[in-house]
Design a protein. Structure first.
Length: 157
């Protein structure tokens, strides 16, 4: 098992707008609780596509192992990130439009065959962090333990 106790972020949390911050906060809280180093960035697939491309292309070499990407409306951010990197992308459909996240859920979950994006439920930022912990726990002993502790506490009610 590798040691995750490092300063280099393992998880990149990305969101399509600064206005998504509050909805993505549960992911940051859960990553912190589990002791998973992470970074947070705001970028839009349609307003700043160049930034998205550069972020995704450099993420792996900077040490990022999982990307959590939250977006609302026609939420193409997770899919566009996935087009530029082979890192696992966990999409978080955000209920920020008139369609209350149904649009984002379908955009994220219905990726065309060949370029996958995992999707949590609408407003599922916390679950995205937990899914990231499950993935990273396969490699990092301390994350596996922290996640198991979390699940034990959950089972106690
Ligand atoms: C999406 O459009 C963002 O992810 C956000 O959920 C929504 C509204 O963005 P703003 O117009 O508030 O920047 O791209």
């Amino acid at each position: 098992m590798a040691d995750s106790k490092q300063a280099i972020p393992l998880v990149g949390v990305v969101m399509g707008s600064k206005s998504d911050e509050a909805l993505m906060q549960p992911a940051l809280d859960m990553l912190k609780e589990l002791g998973i180093a992470h970074e947070v960035s705001v970028m839009s697939a349609h307003r700043s596509p160049q930034k998205v491309r550069e972020y995704a292309l450099s993420a792996r070499e900077r040490g990022i192992e999982v990307i959590i990407a939250g977006a609302g409306a026609a939420a193409h951010l997770p899919g566009v990130l996935a087009s530029w990197t082979i890192l696992p992308i966990i999409g978080v459909p955000l209920p920020t439009s008139d369609l209350k996240g149904i649009d984002a859920l379908l955009s994220i979950a219905q990726m065309p065959s060949g370029v996958p994006v995992a999707s949590v439920g609408i407003d599922g930022a916390k679950n995205a962090a937990l899914l990231a912990a499950e993935i990273l726990g396969l490699k990092y002993d301390s994350i596996e333990k922290a996640y198991e502790e979390y699940r034990k506490k959950l089972a106690m009610g």
